[in-house]
Design a binder for this molecule. Structure first.
Ligand code: SF4
Ligand code: ZN
Length: 312
């Protein structure tokens, strides 16, 4: 029997980057402590702030919601926000799970429908893209979804006068994004990464309380805690996500070099002071179509929307 490194009980989980064997209770303690540390180290939440938590119903956002509620039981207002992309048989089921958690935790929440807010559901967008150019263009479904979701979440947080917008992004997500941005030479997106964004001028600061938490441990946390999460089916468009290739590559690398994902975020952090300087020097403009702040004359969401409406 493999014993826990902190007590005599049987170990239930192995953390290869430690390396560390932990029993269930020591793992839960370790897990929560690390999230608290992330929040403190990067000053993600200040007392008295209003925090919107983007919840999808999956393991990451449910974990973020539960821990934020536990760590900030009072003095910090927490509200939930869900995006319904209009993907039948997938998001509707996930949102049901999310609602259960909001009710249990007594958290006020809002469900925003993409169709109502932007005029298209993701199912319609995918169909349109497929009809136009077939498989090749269909591959871009997730890029539309990501841009639209980000806009809807930000608009909600601005409208509700929230100080921060928390998401369930974990260590794996962050390391994959770093790798993706480097290998796609996307410096602008790379410069916006990190546990907290700079915000300002119509952009609510986005925070990632699970920034230093590996995905596998989030799965273990929800199981040990008995948290109901939606994991039955993947989004029907997820096979198109570019991210899949990067996830696979990074997981293979981490099998051999267990610190790889941690190293990726440390590297990004080391260069981020130089990037922030660069970002603040960039003049911000306002989108000519929707009036929201943008780094160009038109924001990404309006550019994507136009593409959907205009191109035949
Ligand atoms: Fe949206 Fe793609 Fe995620 Fe589906 S897999 S919810 S289309 S980003
Ligand atoms: Zn133990």
């Amino acid at each position: 029997m493999q014993k826990c490194d902190r007590c005599q009980k049987q170990a239930k989980i192995f953390l290869p980057y430690g390396p560390l064997w932990l029993c269930e209770s020591h793992f839960l303690e370790f897990f929560e402590k690390r999230v608290r540390k992330t929040i403190n180290r990067y000053k993600l939440v200040k007392p008295g702030e209003k925090i919107a938590v983007g919840v999808s119903g999956g393991k990451d956002s449910i974990t973020a919601l539960h821990l934020l509620k536990k760590i900030f039981p009072k003095g910090t207002e927490i509200v939930g926000v869900c995006i319904d992309e209009g993907i039948k048989g997938y998001r509707d089921k996930a949102l049901k799970v999310a609602k259960g958690h909001f009710e249990e935790l007594e958290v006020d929440y809002t469900v925003l429908k993409m169709k109502k807010e932007l005029g298209f559901s993701m199912t319609e967008i995918a169909k349109r893209l497929h009809e136009r150019k077939g498989e090749q263009e269909t591959q871009g479904t997730c890029s539309y979804c990501g841009v639209f979701r980000r806009k809807m979440l930000n608009d909600f947080a601005v409208g509700e006068k929230c100080d921060k917008l928390a998401t369930g992004h974990n260590l794996d997500d962050e390391a994959q994004t770093i790798l993706m941005n480097v290998l796609q030479n996307d410096f602008e997106k790379f410069s916006r990464l990190g546990p907290i964004t700079t915000g300002g001028k119509g952009f609510v600061k986005r925070i990632k309380p699970l920034y230093e938490t590996p995905e596998k441990e989030i799965i273990a946390f929800t199981q040990f805690q008995g948290l109901k999460v939606y994991s039955a089916e993947c989004c029907p468009f997820s096979w198109q996500a570019k991210r899949n290739a990067f996830r696979k590559a990074l997981d293979e690398i981490a099998e051999k070099y267990p610190n790889a994902k941690h190293s990726a975020i440390s590297f990004q952090q080391k260069i981020s002071p130089f990037l922030e300087k660069r970002e603040s020097q960039e003049a911000m403009e306002y989108c000519r179509a929707c009036g929201m702040p943008s780094s160009g004359i038109e924001c990404a969401a309006c550019t994507q929307l136009k593409k959907l409406i205009n191109k035949k």
